[in-house]
Design a protein around this ligand. Structure first.
Ligand code: NAP
Length: 284
């Protein structure tokens, strides 16, 4: 079964839109997401446009703030400080990556935890690992939603995550663990990777290498979630970290690229923005 993240993300956004439509009557306004884009990286511009489009579909107010690539760190931090203090702003997202002269960690940490819709703030990361209420990073959350939608049982299964990044691999492994999977995390120094991946009932791949996972690395009936977003070196087209054509007949469930995890990430960003809004208005 190929699970369409596109279809599921549309369902999630439609449900959120119904919820948000009630907010003006109940709370006097709709959620407001501010997205900051530094520089003119085409991929980042496209992600930011996608976030604005999804916000519009859901009825969330979206402000995109464009800043030149040579903005100083102090200026960026001052902008975040103003947005933190602005009561009419519920979510703040700084599109990554940032130019080299800016310390990404300092920027992420500067965003008020309650407005951190990306779930990257150390307070949210720590809370995830301590099983406390938190905003969970959008891509890992989207992966779990996809597995649930496909009816995949997670509890008791052997899950293998390739990739240990702070934004995808690690939080995905933690969410799978919280759902009672037995989790192995692999990375560039893992020995005998195919031997490990062949043991997976659920294989999540977040590496960033075109079609790195080949058919011989997957056991029959495995569930394969492909997080990678790469350009095929030959055709220039988007492709994942998994050799989809070879693995699709062997896997019980697989996600395509594009149209798998990507749209789910944006839908979960919308969900996180609504969550941040609701927590803020309920505190008043
Ligand atoms: P990242 O920070 O570069 O991390 C890549 C991870 O893959 C690292 O842990 C690295 O291991 C591991 N790795 C690299 N080469 C490997 C190899 N040969 N064998 C085993 N492990 C290897 O990347 P990321 O931010 O997690 O993103 C991963 C991919 O997902 C990228 O293609 C990115 O574009 C995509 N992505 C998609 C979405 C979405 O919404 N669809 C969201 C975020 C990211 P080490 O730790 O040992 O270096």
């Amino acid at each position: 079964m190929v699970i369409s993240g596109k279809e599921l993300s549309e369902k999630i956004k439609a449900r959120l839109a119904e919820q948000v439509a009630e907010f003006p009557a109940t709370y006097g306004r709709v959620p407001h997401l501010v997205v900051i884009l530094v520089g003119e990286d085409p991929a980042s511009q496209s992600y930011v446009r996608g976030k604005a489009k999804a916000s519009e579909a859901v009825g969330i107010k979206n402000t995109t703030v464009l800043k030149p690539a040579d903005i100083s760190q102090a200026e960026l931090l001052a902008l975040i400080d103003r947005l933190n203090k602005d009561d009419g702003v519920d979510g703040i997202l700084v599109q990554l990556p940032l130019p080299d002269h800016i310390d990404e960690e300092a920027v992420i940490e500067a965003i008020a935890r309650e407005k951190d819709v990306d779930g990257f703030h150390p307070g949210n990361v720590a809370a995830l690992w301590m099983k406390r209420p938190c905003t969970v990073a959008c891509t890992p959350l989207g992966i779990i939603r996809l597995l649930d939608e496909a009816g995949v049982q997670i509890s008791g299964k052997r899950a293998v995550v390739i990739g240990r990044s702070q934004i995808v691999g690690l939080p995905t492994a933690k969410l799978l663990l919280d759902r009672n999977a037995t989790v192995t995390i692999c990375h560039s120094r893992t020995s005998n990777l195919p031997e490990v991946t062949r043991q997976a009932d659920i294989l999540v791949v977040a590496i960033g290498r075109p079609r790195f996972v080949t058919e011989d690395m997957v056991s029959p009936g495995a569930v394969v979630i492909d997080v990678g977003v790469n350009r095929d070196p030959e055709t220039g087209k988007l492709c994942g970290d998994v050799d989809f054509d070879a693995i699709e007949p062997k896997a019980s469930v697989i996600t395509p690229v594009p149209g798998g995890v990507g749209p789910m990430t944006i839908a979960c960003l919308m969900e996180n923005t609504v969550g941040c809004f609701l927590r803020r208005v309920s505190l008043k």
